[in-house]
Design a protein. Structure first.
Length: 243
């Protein structure tokens, strides 16, 4: 995979992660030796900083969503509500698509998220305009669906797929003038980064994102370059030395 096909380390790691449980199960069923038991390939782990939108890009995108939300049909409007919900809560796109109407409180301010590793968590929606949009969406969904039906649906009434949300977000971001390819996970990274920059305790951010280890959340403390720049501008060390 590395020498002949030239695959990246991250890709090789993902494929080995799939092969390990497969061989473990296969060998257990047939009484064979697990080839992964003694073989521990050493692959360098590259630490990547999360890609987040700049504050200006976030403002442009949210203004575009708010402007395009007026007068849209319900099926189109649910996409705008979904994007705003990602920004507000940092929910993963897969978790968003897994939401059911019954996971949302009557006032639409509390959402039960079914996270990775069968771990549920609670997210809070504090923006009045977003809670209102969620109420409107649920009212529309209840007009033809059961209480335990999916929160987001496609044109044929089935559960919305993550790829549909990714495709729609890329198009809306491009139309709004955001030059980069925007993904739902970038919105999640943006939420975490902005919360850290505004001084929210990292433990709260960890709970909001559903990270099992705070070490995962700590990557966002290294991307707050905008906060660093603003702080340095206020300090202006050279100006202090001139005084």
């Amino acid at each position: 995979m590395v020498s002949k096909r030239g695959l990246s380390t991250a890709t090789v790691r993902r494929r080995l992660a799939c092969l390990r449980p497969f061989f473990r199960r296969l060998c257990k069923m047939n009484g064979l030796d697990d080839p992964f038991e003694m073989w521990k390939p050493k692959l360098p782990r590259r630490k990547r900083l999360p890609r987040a939108l700049a504050r200006e890009e976030s403002v442009i995108l949210l203004r575009s969503l708010s402007a395009s939300d007026d007068g849209l049909a319900e099926r189109e409007s649910q996409m705008q509500t979904a994007f705003r919900l990602i920004v507000a809560t940092g929910i993963r796109v897969g978790e968003l698509c897994a939401l059911r109407i019954s996971d949302i409180s009557p006032d639409c301010a509390v959402i039960r998220i079914h996270g990775k590793g069968s771990k549920d968590r609670i997210a809070y929606v504090t923006d009045p305009s977003l809670t209102s949009a969620i109420k409107d969406l649920i009212r529309w969904r209840r007009s033809f669906s059961a209480e335990d039906a999916p929160f987001l649906v496609n044109r044929i009434g089935s559960r919305m797929r993550p790829q549909s949300i990714r495709t729609k977000l890329r198009r809306l971001a491009s139309e709004a003038g955001v030059e980069r390819c925007v993904t739902p996970h970038m919105l999640r990274h943006t939420t975490a980064t902005l919360l850290i920059e505004t001084g929210v305790d990292i433990r709260f951010v960890q709970r909001l994102l559903g990270h099992s280890s705070i070490a995962t959340t700590e990557i966002y403390t290294h991307v707050t370059d905008e906060a660093l720049r603003t702080t340095l501008e206020r300090a202006n060390i050279l100006e202090l030395l001139r005084a």
